[in-house]
Design a protein around this ligand. Structure first.
Ligand code: AMP
Ligand code: MG
Length: 343
């Protein structure tokens, strides 16, 4: 049975129920500022195994551990460099995950067998209070079936997990809409493993140059360092196509593609800033922040509309745009059309 706890106005007494479930080794989905997480006690091997089973997640795809107090970091990681402490000081609670050498107490199931551990302190008051009340570090990947778009509202979690996990805390829509930024601090120069809710530009203002892992830009790699990168992600059932380039060229290209696909008898969904005469349309919003907040919802809703093809309008890769384009390209299986290219 799944208990759904509505909590749209912020944390309250009822979170104790969810916190007790975490302590008992059960699975609790909860809102964070990025996306919903599927949480369990990070130090309880059996509970963590159930996260992988419920999601259908490959065992070598490591989980992020969520904490409620900065001090907990020292029990989960070792040899923490000064740069990591500076970043935690500046950006926690917030959408930044730090990858560090793993402490002994963390079971290797939680880190997908790696000797590094990923830790973050979320900023959402419900997440923080739940973790604090449970008194445990909480391992929580995104609360979606593996390979599906990440959940940015409680009904997305209900769609994927109702009846299969013990509890869903409904805190309404998440604020940021893309997952946390993952930064590897185990080498001399920090490496961006996944762009996310904290823009790279802000990190560089604190620690200087950051290397960008090649997988971030869409090169498919098979690397032990960030195993999560090698799996197909965020894919709805429909085929996704991303159109990139300057705004006018992109709009013309989308018009052309919609006509072409509809001419072939296919049902076309468009996620963009204009409707383009598609069979189903999701308005992504004007700012990059709007697009980040809407991108996963758009993929889920267009899928529900039963379209055969989803055409997505690309955004500039600045600020949150880097994360948005990373998610869109993955959802598209790297089927990207550059609208500016000469024919
Ligand atoms: P999710 O929470 O579902 O977005 O997945 C967590 C992601 O964090 C994984 O897919 C990895 O890319 C990343 N991650 C977690 N732990 C590690 C680690 N120890 N080293 C590198 N990346 C990690
Ligand atoms: Mg995920």
């Amino acid at each position: 049975m799944t208990i759904v706890i509505p909590m749209k106005a912020g944390p309250d007494e009822r979170l104790r129920v969810a916190a007790r479930l975490i302590r008992e080794g059960k699975l609790v989905a909860f809102p964070t500022e990025t996306v919903y997480g599927l949480g369990a006690d990070a130090l309880n091997e059996k509970a963590v195994r159930r996260i992988f089973e419920a999601k259908g997640r490959p065992a070598d795809n490591p989980l992020i551990i969520h904490i409620a107090e900065r001090e907990w970091l020292f029990e989960l990681a070792r040899d923490i460099p000064e740069k990591a402490l500076e970043l935690a000081e500046r950006f926690w609670p917030g959408p930044l995950t730090l990858v560090l050498p793993k402490g002994e107490r963390v079971p290797s199931v939680t880190t997908g067998g790696l000797d590094t551990v990923a830790v973050r302190m979320p900023a959402h008051p419900i997440a923080l209070e739940l973790i604090r009340l449970s008194g445990r570090p909480v391992a929580a990947p995104s609360a979606n079936i593996s390979g599906k778009p990440s959940p940015t509202d409680a009904d997305h979690v209900v769609d994927d997990f109702y009846g299969r996990i013990e509890c869903i805390v409904d805190g309404g829509p998440t604020w940021i809409g893309v997952e946390s930024t993952v930064l590897d601090l185990t080498g001399d120069v920090p490496v961006l493993l996944r762009p996310g809710g904290l823009p790279l530009e802000e990190i560089e203002m604190v620690v200087g140059r950051v290397e960008i892992h090649p997988a971030v830009k869409g090169v498919e790699v098979d690397l032990a360092r960030a195993p999560g990168m090698k799996y197909k992600h965020y894919s709805p059932n429909a085929q996704v196509i991303v159109v990139e380039g300057s705004r006018n060229a992109v709009r013309e290209k989308i018009d052309e593609l919609v006509r072409e696909f509809r001419g072939k008898g296919l049902r076309v969904g468009v996620m963009a800033t204009e409707e383009h005469g598609a069979d189903a349309f999701f308005h992504l919003g004007e700012s990059t922040e709007d697009v980040a907040r809407n991108v996963f919802r758009a993929l889920r809703e267009l899928d529900k509309a039963g379209v055969d093809v989803i055409i997505a309008e690309g955004v500039e890769e600045r600020g949150l745009g880097l994360a948005v384009m990373n998610r869109l390209r993955k959802a598209a299986g790297y089927r990207v059309i550059r609208a500016d290219k000469l024919k």
